[in-house]
Design a protein around this ligand. Structure first.
Ligand code: GTP
Ligand code: PEP
Length: 208
């Protein structure tokens, strides 16, 4: 079965508006590209995926994705959920068995996070990775693509979980420091400093 990742990325002129009081537009664009590269690297290193697609309307994002070994996927329909839906339809029609739709702004994501979500997907049609505050969806693994509709936005975690429940699908949660910390507001950048050290300690304890 073919497993692929979809990473949605806005136009760089529009990213991280919640950080605008603290960072210039260039700083926000550079931050997004730095985190995107980290997410692509974690996905590649996991060896758990057959392809990684970056879905964006921004030519610079698509070019960087290609330079980093991901597949550029030009946005066919504008909008977060709409762009992902169009890409997922195309992948389902092409025979892709499962899609890991994952946010581009997860600076502590680790290859083990991907491996563990993929393992969970063997027994569950839907794997949900909530954001740190429990309201967002930082990663959504569905087998097949579009097993549940995309409902990204405020309160998306509950909406995605309710969709799986309403459709009677086997679903489960995956939570780790790496999957839960997405960078949206200035407090997330503060938390990053502390959680990075904790993530390293946790992994060292696992391997020791
Ligand atoms: N391709 C695409 N990706 C999007 C769109 N809207 C959001 N995303 C991506 O979806 C993920 C979550 O997006 P948000 O947190 O809502 O947007 P953001 O730029 O990270 O932050 P804010 O501007 O503060 O909301 C990020 O990877 C975004 O780049 C869209 O319309 N098209
Ligand atoms: C879009 C989402 O999150 P955020 O805007 O907080 O990144 C989401 O979790 O559905």
């Amino acid at each position: 079965m073919t497993y692929k990742a979809l990473i949605p990325v806005k136009r760089l002129t529009e990213v991280k508006s919640r950080l605008a009081p603290h960072l210039s537009q260039k700083q926000r664009a550079d931050l997004v590209l730095e985190m995107l590269r980290h997410v692509i690297d974690a996905l590649q290193t996991s060896n758990a995926l057959d392809a990684i697609l970056v879905v964006s309307a921004d030519p610079h994002v698509l070019a960087q994705a290609s330079a980093w070994g991901a597949q550029p996927s030009p946005e066919e329909v504008p909008g977060h959920n709409e762009a992902l839906h169009a890409a997922a339809i195309r992948e389902r029609n092409a025979g892709t068995g499962a899609l890991l739709t994952i946010s581009a702004d997860l600076p502590l994501l680790h290859p083990d996070d991907i491996r563990q979500m993929r393992n969970l997907a063997e027994e569950h049609a839907v794997v949900l990775a909530p954001s740190r505050d429990g309201t967002g969806t930082n990663a959504l693994l569905t087998r097949p693509p579009l097993a549940i509709p995309y409902r990204f936005g405020p309160g998306s975690f509950q909406l995605h979980r309710e969709a799986a429940q309403d459709l009677g699908l086997q679903h489960t949660l995956y939570t780790s420091i790496g999957s839960a910390l997405d960078i949206d507001v200035i407090d997330d950048l503060t938390a990053l400093k502390y959680l990075k050290a904790e993530a390293v300690r946790n992994r060292n304890s696992l391997v020791s």
